[in-house]
Design a protein around this ligand. Structure first.
Ligand SMILES: [Fe+2]
Length: 276
């Protein structure tokens, strides 16, 4: 079982950066001792339920859900769908996935990163015909094996958002440089692109039927850090709320880090959102 990607200190740090509230501001608003706020943020002290709720309110997090993160009271009850295989992109800690069609053995590799031999073996093991290489965003732990995969499977179409495409170097010219809401055929259905800026300017999620590969936009119980050049913390929250939470509740979320979850569970448990 994969641990949740973010513990309460990660959540607190992302929300502090996002709202621009340092320990002093947080101490003032929560009427907690500055030393306590610093110790909580640093993971040296666990807040009480009441302290956790006060901190959450000051950071515009959901108080009950943030307290659940502090006391580790929630974990998603979701297994890996039967048409998806998962691997860790070692030596990176990120998730890689192979989405495949049982009948035709046609596959799409999501986030080609880490040791290429491992990825090539995952495709050969199917055996699968690799049709697409789907890149969720520009960070090395999600795309640094693109060249190796492209060399081994010259017919596979690479997809990456145009804002992040420079990350794959010369292969950019061979890739399909995406905008929002594009789609490509996959079996009888299609893979749809949702542009979800915030973690990076060119972050995208890939939707196939009721599966959504969310990269570092949405994790079980958290969101990615707002590390975009132009896009912001508000953008990542808006991307999740407007695009991902608009999907069918039963959609299975396959994140770039941490365990699988569903849209329904994130709407109820993710501390960055309230009452959605
Ligand atoms: Fe990332």
């Amino acid at each position: 079982m994969l641990a949740l990607e973010d513990d309460y200190t990660d959540i607190m740090r992302k929300a502090q950066r996002g709202t621009g509230k340092d320990a002093a501001a947080l101490a003032r608003e929560t009427e907690l001792e500055p030393a306590l706020v610093l110790a909580v943020a640093g993971g040296r002290e666990q807040p009480t339920e009441e302290q956790a709720r006060r901190i959450a309110r000051a950071l515009s997090l959901d108080p009950g859900r943030f307290a659940d993160a502090v006391f580790q009271r929630w974990y998603p009850a979701t297994g890996l769908p039967s048409d998806v295989r998962h691997h860790i992109n070692a030596p990176h800690p990120s998730n890689g996935y192979l989405l495949f069609l049982e009948q035709t053995r046609i596959a799409a590799l999501v986030d080609p990163a880490g040791l290429p031999e491992r990825l090539l073996r995952a495709v050969a093991d199917g055996p699968f015909h690799l049709r697409y290489v789907l890149i969720t965003h520009k960070h090395a732990d999600h795309c640094d094996a693109t060249a190796d995969v492209a060399r081994a499977f010259p017919d596979a179409q690479i997809l990456i958002h145009r804002h992040d495409a420079f990350a794959i170097g010369a292969l950019e010219h061979r890739a399909m440089k995406l905008q929002d809401d594009e789609h490509v055929p996959f079996g009888e259905a299609e893979i749809r692109v949702l542009h979800t800026p915030g973690h990076t300017d060119g972050s995208v999620c890939y939707l196939f039927r009721n599966l959504v590969f969310t990269g570092d936009t949405l994790f079980a119980g958290s969101v990615g850090a707002a590390a975009g050049d132009a896009s912001t913390y508000d953008d990542i929250l808006k991307s999740v709320r407007m695009r991902l939470f608009a999907l069918d509740e039963q959609s299975v979320v396959l994140p770039g880090h941490g365990p699988p979850t569903t849209i329904a569970q994130e709407r109820r448990h993710n501390p960055f959102f309230s009452g959605v």
